[in-house]
Design a protein. Structure first.
Length: 501
């Protein structure tokens, strides 16, 4: 699968760019502090220094205007954001670029070592030993053998009904203790909420919708064979069968990654709706919802321990060669641990990269969740393929900054600012999209991408002067734009926070 950009008009006519893996591509005339991947003529009066960006996840390519003075056109129509199709023509100033999208996939066929069934893989994919059916059977047999030598754990519903036999039927009760809840079929009926309640996806019955993310939809689900309550993340916008199957094969290894401060992966599958993950149900929201209930920010004593524990989870993830790429308050969930204590758990680790490789795009739609881009460092916008551990450390630093101040490290409206504007200016803005647009125009704000690429973060003590200098120094270092000036590992950042605290 390949996305090709060919220059068909302008000074660089004949030049071709090809993309076979997820990438970002910025076009403009460039300049000091405004790097571009394709530099247009400095003599073109209609071109901005950073004019537009493409986020490419073959076979998808998404166009995003970067607050240019002269909005580019796609097929002759001015566009601010658009998913591109095969044959589309992007025009900016004197230059035209033609988009070609090839859906062709180079495949290979191997045989399952157990049943001999053919397995179709992409050409560059690592060969698995077994087909998905045999792999599941092997896992199931191992669990049942293990369960036979363990004492059955007594499991009851909240109503008192004995669910021990049902819960232990797949041999995973001991393994999943603390990560799942149990209900009898009668009690589950009372939990159903919403129009999708009762809908089945494979063996899982939807109880209610928990939310929407950039990659998919999240549900609370009930696994009737075992009586378990869990969460499901249904991955959306993935339509190419071969890429979906590859995504499913490559995320299965995450089931083995277990840490106190990471959200537990339990199962995965591919249904007609798309691939899905079954994960631990975090019952107390996330850090974003927590600060909403604390009037917009947390105290040092509340916020810093959450980040220290989250950094422990991040250390674990990094040790296994995974870069998260999408850390933000919504992706740090909270689980009750007794004695009114909440444990932070990093969610969605490893998914952003795999999702992009399967053709999913994480480009934020106009006016929807633009603030979450401020947890992303500049190198991730410039070159998403080569990000390393300091990228995640930056995002964790911005998260702590946000928890302590209720603001981003740049001048830009937060979700709370937008909601307040809607209440105060209800005649002007009826929704978040309209409100954000009005706020950006009123304050002459650039797009988040341009802000991150060109401006320096605001030191945290300018936001909140009562933050101790030692703690402020740690936060400011974590969010340095220059990578070598940052903490280079989660462990280094965690130790500095512990010392400051």
């Amino acid at each position: 699968m390949k996305v090709t950009l060919a220059i068909i008009k302008g000074p660089d006519v004949g030049k071709i760019f090809e993309f076979t893996k997820p990438d970002t591509f910025i076009v403009g005339r460039g300049g000091k502090g405004r790097p571009v991947h394709f530099k247009l003529s400095a003599d073109d009066p209609y071109v901005s220094r950073q004019h537009f960006m493409l986020e490419i996840s073959p076979p998808r390519a998404v166009f995003k205007d970067l607050d240019s003075t002269n909005t580019p056109t796609i097929n002759g129509v001015s566009k601010v954001e658009e998913e591109l199709g095969d044959g589309d023509i992007i025009e900016v100033g004197y230059t035209q670029l033609k988009v070609t999208i090839s859906q062709a996939i180079e495949k290979k066929t191997v045989s399952c070592k157990k049943c001999g069934k053919p397995i179709t893989l992409m050409a560059d994919e690592t060969q698995p030993d077994y087909c998905s059916g045999c792999e599941r059977q092997i896992e199931s047999d191992k669990r049942k053998q293990k369960a036979q030598i363990q004492r059955l754990r007594l499991i009851t519903c909240t109503c008192g009904k004995d669910l021990t036999a049902q819960a232990n039927s797949d041999g995973r009760t001991e393994e999943l203790m603390g990560a799942v809840g149990y209900r009898c079929e009668r009690c589950v009926q009372a939990l159903r909420v919403g129009v999708e309640a009762g809908r089945k996806i494979d063996d899982y019955e939807i109880i209610k919708t928990l939310g929407h993310g950039g990659m998919g939809k999240i549900y609370q689900v009930y696994h009737r064979p075992t009586g378990r309550l869990m969460a499901m993340k249904l991955m959306l916008k993935l339509s190419v069968k071969e890429l979906v199957q590859r995504f499913h094969r490559e995320i299965r290894y995450m089931h083995e990654l277990q840490h106190t401060n990471t959200l537990r992966f339990i199962d995965s599958g591919v249904a007609k709706d798309g691939p899905y993950l079954i994960i631990e149900l975090a019952s107390h929201g996330n850090l974003e919802s927590l600060i909403k209930h604390h009037q917009g920010f947390l105290s040092i004593q509340e916020a810093v321990p959450f980040i220290i524990d989250s950094l422990k989870g991040l250390e674990f993830i990094h040790r296994h060669g995974i870069i998260h790429r999408d850390l933000k308050p919504e992706n740090i969930l909270l689980q009750e641990a007794g004695h009114n204590r909440l444990i932070p758990k990093i969610a969605d680790f490893g998914l952003a990269k795999k999702y992009s490789e399967a053709g999913g795009s994480l480009v934020t739609r106009i006016g929807v969740g633009l603030g979450t881009l401020f947890f992303m460092p500049p190198e991730q916008i410039r070159d998403t393929r080569s990000v390393r551990e300091p990228t995640d450390v930056y995002a964790m630093g911005v998260t702590l900054y946000y928890l302590l101040t209720g603001k981003y490290p740049y001048h830009f409206p937060t979700r709370r600012d937008i909601e307040r504007f809607i209440i105060e200016q209800s005649l002007k803005a009826k929704n978040r999209v309209e409100a954000l647009g009005l706020l950006m125009r009123a304050h002459k704000l650039k797009s988040p991408q341009i802000i991150i690429l060109t401006l320096e973060p605001i030191p945290i003590r300018q936001r909140k002067p009562d933050i101790p200098m030692k703690l402020a120094a740690v936060v400011d270092k974590a969010i340095k734009k220059d990578i070598p000036a940052r903490f280079q590992s989660a462990a280094e950042c965690r130790q500095a926070l512990q010392d400051a605290l």
